[in-house]
Write a protein that binds this ligand. Sequence first.
Ligand code: FE
Length: 220
Amino acid sequence: MSRDWQTHIRSSRRTFLQLCSATLAGASVDFQWLTQRNRIQGRSDRAIAQPLSPTPSCPDVSITPEQFEGPFYLCDSPERSSLLEAGISGRQMVLSGQVLSVNCIPIANALVDFWQADARGQYDEDGYRLRGHQFTDAEGRYRLETIVPGTYPGRTRHLHVKIQVPERPFFTTQLFFPANPLNEDDRFFQSELVMSMDASGPIENHDSTPQASFTFVVSV
Ligand code: FE
């Protein structure tokens, strides 16, 4: 491990903790405010990430919408790419993808912090079950092993995620499952945040371990 990389990780963790504190202080942030911020912020502050090799083509991309954090985020999640552990039951799934800039440049070492409900729709509010963060690789890629989250009143299936590009504020959003009949009734549902799946139809109908993917495009 190079000294630069170690320095970056230490710096990212320090920033992670600092921003975590700020996030907790602002935990009651209003969803309407986030929507307004999305409109105002637009693409005004790009090109801060260290450029890596560009992808072969850059079709029209849209910045991934920000979303309501919800009341269940906890700071200091463990660093891990698999949320599977003893005591976790439910349908396993894999989510993978990339973090890209608006110019389709992969963002390396972005912190990607996931948290979610268990198969019964319950969050671990006392510990870190189904919570974990990881850093994107040199090609901006992440990979998460987890379970399909259950639903809870008013909410369709979803995963929560925070992304932090080095030296930038956290970006908070949610990911949704395609073809879930509860999507229409969830006021936070956004079609732009639906994951791609390796099979069609509701996830309950998939034969094997579902493979989901999502590319995050952040305003740098
Ligand atoms: Fe939630």
